[in-house]
Design a protein around this ligand. Structure first.
Ligand SMILES: [Zn+2]
Length: 133
């Protein structure tokens, strides 16, 4: 399968300093999405007085201020159906009479979009769980 280079943090750092030779992921043309290949935080010296801390999962960091019930507001296609849900705090997961799940079943919302939505909800729940422990 042909691959194109990823555009993750490790790829950018390798471009700054080739000697770092960090492991990077490839984005398959078929799926068009990369994988997180950085699995633990590392501090790298890129120049004499310059250090970079590389941490996994930059996407998750951007979501810290968002609550699970706010996520659907960022998905235009999901938001337009959410108004039809029985509960106004519906997370569109297992709630009864959920208009979003119905729209996914009727392919009015792309299954991949719904999967992304559910992944983000789960990520936020995981982060909140560890933060509040
Ligand atoms: Zn719903």
């Amino acid at each position: 399968m042909p691959v194109i280079p990823g555009v993750g943090k490790s790829t950018l750092l390798n471009a700054i300093n080739k000697e770092l030779n960090l492991k990077t992921g490839n984005i398959s043309e078929k799926w068009g999405k990369g994988k997180h290949t950085t699995t633990f935080a590392t501090m790298l010296q890129i120049m004499e007085n310059s250090f970079i801390i590389d941490t996994p999962g930059i996407k998750e960091f951007m979501l810290l201020q968002v609550e699970p019930e706010e996520v659907s507001g960022y998905f235009k296609d999901i938001k337009q159906y959410a108004e039809g849900c029985q509960f106004n705090n519906c997370l569109h997961q297992n709630e009864p009479n959920c208009a979003v799940k119905e729209a996914v079943e009727n392919t009015k919302i792309a299954a991949t979009r719904y999967e992304n939505y559910l992944n983000i909800i789960q990520n936020i729940k995981d982060i909140n769980y560890w933060e509040r422990k």
